[in-house]
Design a protein. Structure first.
Length: 581
């Protein structure tokens, strides 16, 4: 939380009041870096961070780690700009991707650094805060948790997209008798080591489900992988191996040359982007590259060429890789596909009911098992807002609860945005046939994916599906400081609405079902970062034309931009006046 329109900020805990300028609700990746960047700009601020869990890290907290949990980002590109990350041991690296526990260690190191006053970020954290409501009363936000109230004029919500587990409906679960856990809690179990658990059923199609399936097979369990038929089908899984000068595909994707090959609403319109997106020859060349990439993923998996006695061929994803219609991920083991094809039973079916150590599928199959692991995704972590607030703030709310006049106005804006996207990016105008997963809520309607149009006293950090969460979190944190310090020139309300509608239309066109909530920019992290830095009027991150286009955009580049911002707006001299502890 911060305050741009008064001299101080108050944090109230029970009856004890403390002077405070900034308090972030939840200390996930985005909360950690948002708090640090605020302190960089306001070093004397008395800042507090509220966290739902009992430890640091969110997805990367120690309780959520398990052996097969690896990062989807690579070393050197997955750190904050002000603290380089030590390279993990080679045994725990795969083409520079690495076990998730090293991100956990890094976050603990980051939060343990002392500032000039001898305090750490961890000193400012209040753990096990389960937020019941966030309401604005007389111009102040009241964050309520179990009888306690934290009060401040501005707030950052950094609860992210992976905070509340989505559990499937499992009729008869009371009769099952075995363990039923979501992958959020899987790291706290001893399922893989338990000798009395020999048969597993894993539900879900994404990376977390694939992690557990692989770990179960390598642990000698009998594993049944069930992927429902009503979703977007099996996910793609790619190795992430690099080509040419790049250690891995993630590093290549961090170059602006690769970033501008695909359609991006954040790209500037110039000769190059017009050529690759609107010229028939440029589109043909990009199409060939995309087809080759998709074919390479399928060939490595060899869906049709391996032993299909256990149903391995049912894992082949339906929609081309480019479209990202459903969740996907990287593989981190040379024997991944061989292990899955030879050891794992694959079913495309729905769970009908459970019985004693039995999973009954709608297709008639009955799977004996001792434990069920649910890699079934997440639900929005915004339940502390009521429907009126969700509507006011531009957050997803039940479709049936949205007033018709609001729905009609946004539908008109979305149609205009969709026409613009189809005109600017002809490739997106004709998506392939695909399984479509509908949504039951409205979309996110946040300017730049962060800022409500109707309220400038609250921001939502990293409520995005994007390729590099750490880089996106840091550049958002920088922008948030500038926004609350009134150093961002915002467009008119009407232009902000058009911008939001265009973003949502792009997300839906570009990522199909995966973009249904209007917050997907999976391949646009670099161009998004550039857009936010342009908003802030920064240029120190830019290099010579060759380096700018063909070298990866690294965290150190963000560090240069942040140093430039602090030079232009020296700490403690913004419109937010620092207060002592």
């Amino acid at each position: 939380m911060s305050r741009a329109n008064s001299r101080e900020m108050v944090l109230k805990l029970s009856s004890r009041a403390n002077r405070c300028q900034c308090s972030a609700a939840a200390e996930r990746l985005s909360g950690i870096i948002a708090a640090q960047r605020f302190l960089d700009a306001h070093p004397k601020a008395n800042l507090a961070i509220l966290e739902k869990d009992g430890d640091i890290g969110g997805v990367f907290s120690r309780r959520r780690l398990y052996d097969s949990f690896w990062t989807q980002w690579s070393h050197g590109l997955s750190e904050f700009s002000d603290l380089p990350m030590a390279r993990p041991p080679e045994a725990d690296c795969y083409h520079d991707f690495y076990r998730a526990k090293y991100t956990t260690d890094y976050l603990h190191e980051y939060c343990g650094r002392k500032d000039g006053r001898g305090r750490t970020l961890r000193d400012r954290m209040i753990f096990n805060v389960n937020i019941d409501s966030v309401k604005k009363v007389d111009g102040l936000w009241n964050v309520c948790s179990g009888g306690r109230t934290f009060t401040a004029p501005k707030v950052l919500i950094a609860s992210g997209l992976c905070s509340l587990a989505k559990m499937p409906s499992l009729p008869g679960k009371d009769r099952f008798g075995g363990a039923i856990v979501h992958t959020e809690d899987f790291g706290e179990t001893n399922i893989m080591a338990a000798p009395n658990i020999t048969k597993l059923v894993v539900l879900g199609a994404g990376k977390s489900a694939a992690d557990v399936v692989y770990e179960g097979a390598k642990s000698g369990k009998e594993v049944h992988w069930v992927i429902k038929t009503t979703g977007t089908g099996p996910s793609f899984f790619a190795s992430g191996k690099g080509k040419g000068p790049f250690k891995n595909a993630f590093e290549a994707a961090h170059t602006r040359f690769v970033a501008t090959l695909g359609p991006s609403i954040f790209n500037r319109v110039n000769i190059w982007t017009k050529f690759v997106q609107r010229n028939w020859l440029g589109r043909w060349l990009v199409g060939k590259l995309l087809a080759q990439q998709d074919q390479a993923i399928r060939m490595e998996a060899d869906y049709q060429g391996r032993d299909n006695a256990k149903g391995f061929d049912q894992l082949e994803y339906e929609t081309p890789f480019f479209w990202q219609n459903g969740p996907g991920g990287l593989i981190h083991h040379d024997d991944f596909w061989e292990t899955i094809s030879s050891c794992v039973h694959i079913q495309r079916d729905q769970v009908r009911s459970l019985d004693r150590n039995l999973v009954q599928l709608e297709g008639g199959a009955e799977l004996a098992c001792d434990a069920i692991i649910c890699g079934t995704g997440w639900i929005p972590s915004l339940r502390f807002f009521d429907n009126e607030q969700l509507l006011q703030l531009g957050l997803p709310m039940p479709l049936e609860d949205e007033p018709s006049e609001v729905a009609d106005r946004w539908e008109s804006l979305l149609q205009d945005g969709d026409r613009h996207i189809c005109s600017r990016f002809p490739l997106l105008a004709n998506p392939p046939k695909h399984s479509h997963r509908g949504v039951s809520t409205t979309t996110y309607r946040l300017y730049h994916g962060m800022a409500p149009i109707n309220d400038d006293s609250i921001l939502f950090m990293n409520h995005l599906n994007t390729g590099n969460k750490m880089l996106a979190a840091e550049v958002q944190a920088m922008w948030a400081v500038a926004y609350f310090d009134k150093q961002i020139t915002l467009p008119s309300r009407e232009d902000m609405e058009r911008s939001v509608a265009t973003w949502v239309a792009f997300s839906r066109r570009r990522y199909l079902s995966n973009g249904g909530l209007g917050n997907a920019i999976n391949f646009e992290t670099i161009t998004y970062a550039d857009a936010l830095l342009d908003d802030m009027g920064l240029a120190a991150h830019k290099k010579s034309w060759w380096q700018q286009w063909f070298e990866p955009f690294r965290p150190s580049d963000l560090g240069k931009a942040w140093a430039e911002y602090l030079q232009k707006h020296p700490p403690g001299q913004s419109s937010i006046e620092d207060a002592g502890s």
